[in-house]
Design a binder for this molecule. Structure first.
Ligand code: NZQ
Ligand code: ZN
Length: 381
């Protein structure tokens, strides 16, 4: 096992009705005014918005609002939030929604403390040294944004979907009430399952060091997500399945699974972000297209771990069976597995590869994924 530093300062408040205490959690942190950030209206439809406002008022927390965050969240919306935060003495950002809302909240938190263009942080032109505190109430479990310092934002002008990472934007408190997730659509349930699995397998397959403990956590998360997804397709209101899914999703990208491994990279995310950036494909849907293709292409570089995956997840000695069965499972739950299914024509592969390779360079593994290799992978999709 390699040396590592593990530090995750987010407090998780998990369980039924915890959202009613959000005002209290803010008050306990000394916050008196927040910017409430949310999406396209699901929180108004299901009554969560009203509960949040009641809790803020009860605890004398003043607030401004920023609504309309979309999936594949936009830099222009983040900039709107930064303006509000700078002009109205906002002390913390409260995101209520899924990963797109949480990520926008984090980017606003960073931009509110910076005189320049917040995009500077996304292209490594500036280093994050300050941010407003972030709080979240999650309505969808997938990204683990609720317990990490990542924010992924789409620059609507340059068509780049890039990220920042800083412990300064790890949420101070994240509220996870699995009941709030019962209204997530079947499509997004499937995309979420794929996303969680993807977070686990990126490092599981690409690391140079594979501690058994880490591999076993990954396998446990994958099995849990597969099992609970199938239960939730049948019964979206199954609380225990929702709860296990949510807790497993958080472990998928809160720093736990890669700790002690070495040399891992995130190639599926790197390629997927180009599908989102250029064709506005939902993140999990794009991953379902990329992952089977990448697995077929990459397999020869780590046969032992692909054999292990086949054995542990699908009870087969053949490394190819794991890939085939995972692809079939994605299809079964309603996720697309080909570029055709997400309406991306073959002629766009080169443009996608160039976009993805720019991100690979930024993430430090451009040499492993030249444009030609990304084209080969996408041809398999
Ligand atoms: O906008 P509203 O009306 O709220 O609708 C949302 C949105 O349309 C809806 N939704 C959320 N909770 C709901 C609900 N609908 C009904 N009931 C509920 N309880 O679901 C749709 C998708 O929401 P979104 O936040 O986009 O989904 P997700 O959580 O999957 O986030 C995806 C974004 O996170 C990024 C992705 O790239 C993508 O932009 N990622 C962030 C990461 C991170 N911060 O660590 C890592 C990931 O790998 C990922 O890249
Ligand atoms: Zn992801």
């Amino acid at each position: 096992m390699n040396n590592f530093t593990y530090y995750n300062p987010t407090k998780i408040e998990f369980g039924k009705e915890k959202e009613n205490n959000i005002g209290e959690y803010l008050e306990q942190s000394g916050i008196k005014k927040v910017l409430l950030v949310y999406g396209g209206g699901s929180i108004k439809k299901n009554g969560l918005y009203d509960k949040i406002i009641i809790s803020l008022n009860k605890n004398n927390i003043a607030f401004e609002e920023l609504s309309g965050v979309v999936s594949n969240p936009l830099l222009s919306k983040v900039n709107e939030g930064i303006e509000i935060a700078k002009n109205t003495n906002i002390e913390a950002i409260l995101g209520v929604g899924g990963g797109s809302v949480a990520d926008s909240a984090k980017a606003i938190a960073v931009g509110a403390k910076y005189d320049g263009d917040v995009w500077d942080f996304f292209i490594n032109k500036a280093t994050i040294s300050e941010a407003l505190p972030v709080f979240t109430v999650m309505t969808l479990s997938a990204t683990a944004s609720e317990m990490n310092g990542n924010s992924v934002v789409m620059n609507d002008i340059t068509k780049q979907k890039y990220s920042i990472a800083s412990v300064l934007v790890n949420p101070v408190v994240s509220v996870i009430n699995p009941e709030l997730m019962a209204t997530v659509s079947p499509e997004y349930l499937a995309y979420s399952a794929v996303d969680v699995i993807s977070h686990c397998i990126e490092v599981y397959f690409t690391a140079s060091v594979h501690p058994n403990f880490n591999s076993r956590i990954v396998e446990s998360i994958i099995k849990t997500v597969m099992q609970t997804t199938e239960i939730l397709i049948e019964n979206p209101n199954d609380y225990d399945a929702r709860a296990e899914f949510a807790w497993a999703a958080i472990q998928g990208l809160n720093g736990l699974t890669p700790a002690g491994t070495g040399g891992g990279s995130f190639p599926n995310h790197m390629i997927e972000h180009s599908l989102s950036a250029l064709f506005n494909v939902p993140h999990g849907a794009g991953l379902a297209v990329v992952i089977p293709a990448w697995m077929k292409w990459y397999k020869v570089q780590n046969i032992p771990q692909f054999k292990r995956f086949s054995k542990e997840i699908f009870n087969s000695e053949d490394e190819n069976v794991g890939i085939e069965k995972l692809e079939n499972w994605f299809s079964k739950i309603g996720a697309p597995v080909t570029l055709k299914e997400v309406n991306i024509p073959r002629e766009s592969i080169e443009e996608l590869a160039i976009n993805a390779n720019e991100l690979a360079n930024l993430w430090g593994f451009g040499a492993l994924y030249p444009t030609g290799s990304i084209i080969e992978i996408l041809e398999k999709a």
